[in-house]
Design a protein around this ligand. Structure first.
Ligand code: MG
Length: 280
């Protein structure tokens, strides 16, 4: 694959991804896909998706898991509801992630990703070992299918993420780096964080945001690419420095309004194409 193929975060029926007709209009060569609802995660649907992607000449680079009951309403709600961290839903969500890995496998996709949730920064926290264990189990399941598991960044500091990866001790555990999440959650400056976790980064989001006036307590604001605090030129320069050559996947969490998606994400594609021409 060429260096830095542009992509978008897409969805068929779940999540805030770009709609199918927008992908076609934008003519991007890659997508990441938000896993469809459970009733759609069947072989017939996988075949249909595979045909659609082939007809559009689009490569699927990752499937992102998400769960019923998750809410990003505010930071405390995220801590309570997201990913494999909340204990009450952990076992069923692990099983669901395994189904999502199977679905990705049926689409010949070697990458499964998720927001793991708020991993404690303190490794002596009693929850920590349980979260390491569930992550290992999922890594091993993916490994049996020659897949990687990517952790979406943002809910922990770069140091916290490095510590967690070293504790899990699985070679197929990698990072989907999202610079805007670092700003939204107030977990650190994205560029130094990217340098710190660089060797683990195997996919990225191109997303922008502005800082909260109370970082870590309330959200910053997600904004169109190039209009926030990330510094997209510096971001791409840093990706180059760490030797990253994979897709540049635009993520824009706006409603399923095709016109607005086409306009805002179209502008992001244009920005990345220009910077790529300059830097790649
Ligand atoms: Mg993201």
């Amino acid at each position: 694959m060429e260096k830095w193929p542009i992509g978008v975060f897409a969805s068929v029926d779940a999540g805030l991804g770009v709609r199918w007709e927008v992908i076609r209009d934008l003519k991007v060569p890659t997508i990441q896909l938000h896993a469809p609802h459970v009733e759609s995660r069947i072989p017939a649907k996988a075949s249909e998706l595979r045909r659609q992607l082939e007809s559009m000449d689009v490569t699927l680079t990752a499937v992102f898991g998400g769960f019923e009951g998750e809410s990003y309403a505010d930071i405390p709600t995220v801590e309570r509801t997201i990913g494999l961290v909340p204990k009450a839903t952990r076992a069923e969500r692990l099983e669901e992630m395994k189904q999502i890995a199977d679905f990705a496998h049926a689409l010949s996709c070697d990458t499964v990703a998720l927001h793991l949730g708020f991993v404690p920064e303190d490794a002596s926290d009693p929850k920590y070992g349980e979260i390491v264990d569930v992550t290992r189990e999922l890594c091993d399941y993916c490994g049996d299918r020659d897949q990687f598991l990517h952790l979406e960044t943002g809910q922990e500091t770069a140091e916290g993420l490095l510590q967690f990866i070293s504790k899990v001790e699985r070679n197929n555990l990698k990072v989907n780096f999202d610079p805007a999440n670092m700003i939204l959650y107030g977990t650190g400056e994205p560029i130094p964080a990217l340098k710190a976790v660089g060797k683990h980064v195997r996919s990225v989001h191109c997303k922008d945001a502005t800082w909260s006036d109370q970082p870590g307590k309330t959200w910053g604001a997600e904004v169109p690419l190039g209009q926030g605090a990330v510094d997209i030129r510096k971001y791409l320069q840093t990706l180059d420095e760490i030797g990253y050559r994979g897709p540049l996947t635009i993520e824009r969490e706006i409603p399923q309004d095709p016109e607005r998606q086409l306009q805002e994400i179209g502008a992001a594609v244009e920005l990345l194409r220009n910077l790529k021409a300059e830097l790649a």
